[in-house]
Structure formats: structure tokens, C-alpha cells
Design a protein around this ligand. Sequence first.
Ligand code: SAH
Ligand code: SF4
Ligand code: F3S
Length: 454
Amino acid sequence: MTTFNRRYHITTFGCQMNKADSERMAGILENMGFEWSEDPNDADLILYNTCTIRDNAEQKVYSYLGRQAKRKHEQPNLTLVVAGCVAQQEGETLLRRVPELDLVMGPQHANRLQDLLEQVFDGNQVVATEPIHIVEDITKPRRDSSVTAWVNVIYGCNERCTYCVVPNVRGIEQSRTPEAIRAEMEKLGQLGYQEVTLLGQNIDAYGRDLPGVTPEGRHQHTLTDLLYYVHDVPGIERIRFATSHPRYFTERLIRACAELPKVCEHFHIPFQSGDNEVLKRMARGYTQEKYRRIIDTIRRYMPDASISADAIVGFPGETEAQFENTLRLVEDIGFDHLNTAAYSPRPSTPASVWENQLSEEIKSDRLQRLNHLVATKAAQRSQRYLGRIEEVLVEDQNPKNPNQIMGRTRGNRLTFFNGNIAELKGQLVKVKITEVRAFSLTGEPVGIQQLIPV
Ligand code: SAH
Ligand code: SF4
Ligand code: F3S
């Protein structure tokens, strides 16, 4: 092969799915003999794993690409790859816009990187965006962390939220088998990983496309069943999952989370809007009352559970009163964390062509007001940690203070404390919380925990 001593750099935009795909693609490249280059300007192969969820995410990709395309004129051997969601959305168009590209590949093709690159090295310019059945990956991913790991459980999304490009770019739902998921987790446990986050754009859809129904007529493989099935994997001490959809979130799942000690008491359940009329036009399939009931049920089983979500402001036609319903929901629920965004019209989505688009001024004003409320509420929610002892899984050094190390609580709060990373990386440490901020905590270690958390 012609690839020895070649160096690669990957830049990843977007969500956890893209991060997981990048780790698998990096694994494939290393398997082919490529070495990681920290500086993209020293790399012979540059891969952008792109995101198109909002216009600003997409534009960022073009500005990066422009720079590397120029470099290619001085260094013709440079291989330029665009993977991910912009690649899927734009396909051939991307080649016309940036003719210096060697490979444009959609997210469903991530596991095929070696195949596709071999075609490139044979002298072809390649576009791989056709829908395919995602094959099980046999390459070892090059994971960014040695403590926490992503595990895909379902690819794609069959929902049709009227603002969202994800179904267009990620394709239909494809669940991995419980056996494949468990096997990957067992390997992670053997390698010393402590925490796994199970991933899906709509993780509650897990198993719908797998064969088998129970005598009661329910799908045999659900997220709840999967949690029971993987729960005892040796070495894995914490299990998380994302993203949940309020339409399909069940009490059975909540009960499983309360019952299974390794499943962390943190739920990421986007509500998008607190107004029923807006939710209907988003085609979300639930009401704000149902959303509140889900949170009430979670808190009934796990009073201290931390709750995070995503919300969009300035959806087409959203009135001031409807926006205030979102504020009210945020006020009432008290999120530990909320990702907020101003609505951005996306290609080939229904809402993008509606005539009742709002001005940028209204959108950014609402975004600011919502963000202000979120920070206030998160700071209040943080107060409950003060003086408490929390279990922190140590991930890294604090990049801003080398005397400190950092990790997350079970509720997913970033926590800093004094300690030696060489000694404590990957350990569960009991930390007494002495300082709280809206989105992070500081504390003092009171003991290293060797046993499975209770
Ligand atoms: N599957 C998840 C989220 C996927 S995208 C879900 O169903 O909630 C991540 C977040 O981006 C969404 O929750 C939404 O809040 C935001 N988002 C998606 N499309 C958007 C758009 N066109 N404009 C602004 N925000 C958007
Ligand atoms: Fe997009 Fe809706 Fe699917 Fe989430 S559930 S990825 S918001 S279409
Ligand atoms: Fe972005 Fe694609 Fe994820 S559009 S948010 S990277 S699924």
C-alpha cells in the first residue's frame, strides 16, 4: 500500500454521533498505517467530519475547507476528505464548489473509509452518499478518552420534525443487535473503560427495526431491555444514554433507570418548545403537559435526577406569548442544563419554506432572554450540591489549572478538585462539594471508591 508514514488530521463538528464516527474513522486510518498529526498543516490527509444542523455550523465547514483547498495547490499529494452531514446533504455539489476535494462521504459510509480511500489512491474523485445498510465495524476505534466511551446503538432517525435535517442526512433507523452492543462494551470493560454512553438520535426507537415481538405484542428489543441486557458488563461502572424523545419515553424505562445501579440519574430529553401549538407545527408528537408528566415521573422515582434538554426559539410563526410558554416551562422544571438555539432554516425541511419566518432580531432577543433564565435556574439547581459528597469519575487534568483534575458526577456535572491525574485517572472518587457554579462544581476528595457505586 502507498500509505506508509503518512499523517492524518481529523476535525470534528457537531454532535456525539459525529464524535463516535470520527473515532472509528481514526481507527481505520491508523489500521491503514496513518499516524495522527496534531497540526493539520503537517498532515497528508485531512478529514472534516461535518455538521449541518444549523446554518452557522455549515458555514464554519466552508471556511475551514477554503484554507486547505488553497494548500492543496502547493501540496498536490494532500488528500482532502469531507465526511458527515454536510457531505451527505451536498454530495456532488460540494465537489463543484470545492473541486480540490478527493472524497465526499456521508455518515452511513464512515465504516467504509478504507475502501473509499483506496479508490482515491487509484486516482478517483469519490462521492459516497447513497443509502446503505451499515455494516458492523471490525476496526478498533481510536478513542479520545481512555475512561469514557461512546457506543452507537441505533443509527438514523425516522421522525420528521419539521425543522430538522437529521433524517435527510443520517437516513433511516438501523439498530445494532444487543449482542454486538454487549460485545463492544465487554471489550471496553476489559480495556479499562469505566463509563459508556449509548448513542442514538432517537434512542427510544432502539429495536423497532429488529425482529421479534413479546407475547404482549411489544417489540422484543427496546432500550429498556437493552439496559437490563448490558448492565452487568464487567468493568463498566456507569451507563448513560442519549438522546431521548418525549414521544416515546416510557415509565418502564424510568423504572429500569431507578432499579439499575450503573445507569446514571441523568436524562437528556429535548422539549424544543413549551407551547403546544408550536410543538404541533414542529410535528413533535407530544404536548408540554406530557413533557411535564415525564419529568414528574422521573422525579418521583429519582428525586435528585438531573435533567437536561434542547430548545429552539424563534420557530416560524412563534408569537411572544408562545415563546413565554417556553420560558414558563424552563422556569417550572428547573433544568440542570439546556442547549438553546435560534431556529435556522435548513434545506429540504418543511419549516424552511414557510412564509412566517421571524427576523434575526426577534430570534436573538429571545435566545438571550432564554439563556439568561437558563443560567439563573442552573445556578439555583447547583446549590443543592453544596456540602454534599458526590461520586466523580476522574477523566483528565483541568486544562486551566494543572493542580486540579476533573470529572463528572453521576448527574453529569463537571467537577474540579486537587489531585494527581497520573494516580487518579479513571478512578471513582468521593468528593465533598465546596463551591458551586451554574454548570460546574469544585470540591475536596474524601476517598477513592473501589467498589461498584450504590
Ligand atoms: N434527536 C434529537 C436532537 C437532534 S439535533 C432530538 O430529537 O431532540 C440537536 C438539537 O439541535 C435539537 O434538539 C434542536 O434543539 C436543535 N436543532 C435541530 N434543528 C434545528 C434548526 N433547524 N434550527 C435550530 N436548532 C435546531
Ligand atoms: Fe431531528 Fe426530530 Fe429526529 Fe431529533 S427526532 S433527529 S429533532 S427529526
Ligand atoms: Fe450535526 Fe449531523 Fe449531528 S447535522 S448534530 S452532526 S447528526
